[in-house]
Design a protein around this ligand. Structure first.
Ligand code: SF4
Length: 179
């Protein structure tokens, strides 16, 4: 049976959801369905601190694009994204690719830089045809995921779960595991 969820419009699909999907489709589903836990997570608070304490002198921070993209900061037309840790590097790359793709739809051709201040490392992200193709496939898969009535089941905790805002929801022993 197909759930009665509307297909996410481009304004519902965010770079953060793209990142979530690559980290864990279940996390993406939970967020897509309004089950936000981020505000209560210590790990998210740590990430927020990294954002606040680095590149503080940049004036164009938290740049909002049409209400559905929030870019960490821009400088000389380049998209900058700050990350606390490198574990999910490819997911971060696709998040930046999402921003670059939507900027290009608006006539802005640029590249991105991923910053990992805690590791003193950065990576340039270009929207190559290969990355764009992968992004389209991920966006298509997220649309399908959105139609699912229930979140994908994860049978065993993964290493990333201990850093996830949904950890308690997914793995609290008192909770019945969703079917
Ligand atoms: S706790 Fe683990 S299984 Fe649950 S949403 Fe987060 S990453 Fe996915």
């Amino acid at each position: 049976m197909t759930a009665d969820y509307p297909t996410p419009s481009p304004t519902q699909l965010t770079g953060t959801l793209v990142q979530y999907y690559l980290v864990c489709p279940r996390k993406c589903w939970l967020s897509l369905h309004g089950m936000e836990q981020e505000a209560e997570s210590d790990w998210v608070a740590l990430g927020r601190l990294t954002h606040e304490r680095t590149f503080a002198r940049q004036s164009l921070r938290e740049v909002d694009v049409d209400g559905f993209m929030k870019i960490d900061f821009t400088s000389e037309g380049v998209v900058h994204e700050i990350k606390h840790g490198q574990q999910m590097e490819h997911a971060h790359r696709l998040q930046v690719a999402f921003y670059l793709y939507h900027l290009r739809l608006r006539g802005v051709y640029t590249h991105g830089i991923l910053h990992y201040p805690n590791q003193r490392r950065r990576e340039v992200v270009e929207l190559t045809p290969e990355l764009e193709q992968e992004l389209h496939e991920v966006m298509r898969q997220i649309e399908q995921l959105h139609q699912q009535e229930r979140p994908p089941v994860v049978t065993e905790p993964m290493s990333i779960c201990k850093h996830c805002a949904y950890q308690e929801f997914c793995w609290c022993e008192d909770e019945e595991e969703p079917e």
